[in-house]
Structure formats: structure tokens, C-alpha cells
Design a protein around this ligand. Structure first.
Ligand SMILES: [Zn+2]
Length: 111
């Protein structure tokens, strides 16, 4: 993902509208590109800050909230990749189980 594409996805990211693959590409870019990360932070602070204008809780820490948001995304992506690995492992195990059962059935038919 290049910077232009990344910047176009900042708002969809903040609105939770990216699909899993876009989210993964987006986060990878954000982690390696300081400029886009700063843009994301500015957008986040502005959009969340506007929402907080009516909020009486002045101690709310936006910058901490931003870091939490990124870390939640990271946790989500890790869980997603773990689920994919487990699904792949389960597929592989069931394939081989079926394969072995088929061979045993064939052997019984032949012998
Ligand atoms: Zn960038």
C-alpha cells in the first residue's frame, strides 16, 4: 500500500469500515510510515476531539485513546491470523485423517 492509498483509508479505518485484508495492509503501512501515522493521529484527535467537546470529562486522554485504538487493531489482526493458522491446521489434519482412513479401507478391500 502506498501513502496515497493509505491516506484515503484513514477515515474508513476510523469508522471501522475496512475489511480484514485492507486493515492488515493499512496497519502494516502505518507501522512503517511515520508521515501516514502522524496523519492518522491528527485525524483521530480531530474526530474524537470534536465528539468530546460536549463531554464534561476533561481528563479524557486522547493520545492514550489513540494508542489504545492502534493496539486494539493489532490484537484483532493477531487473533485473525491465529484463527487462520488454526483453520489451516484443522484442514490439514482432516485431509490426512481422511487420506489414512481411505488407505485403510482400500487395504481391507484388497486383503
Ligand atoms: Zn505512508
Amino acid at each position: 500500500m502506498d501513502c496515497l492509498e493509505c491516506k484515503k483509508k484513514i477515515i474508513p479505518y476510523l469508522d471501522y469500515e475496512l475489511d480484514d485484508e485492507e486493515l492488515n495492509d493499512f496497519v502494516n503501512h502505518i507501522e512503517s510510515c511515520k508521515s501516514c501515522r502522524e496523519d492518522l493521529e491528527v485525524y483521530y484527535l480531530v474526530t474524537e476531539g470534536v465528539g468530546l467537546l460536549d463531554n464534561k470529562d476533561r481528563d479524557y486522554n486522547l493520545s492514550k485513546a489513540f494508542k489504545n485504538r492502534l493496539s486494539d487493531t493489532d490484537k484483532y489482526l493477531r487473533r485473525l491470523s491465529l484463527r487462520r493458522i488454526l483453520a489451516y491446521a484443522a484442514d490439514t489434519v482432516s485431509f490426512w485423517a481422511l487420506f489414512v482412513i481411505s488407505i485403510m479401507c482400500l487395504r481391507m478391500l484388497i486383503l
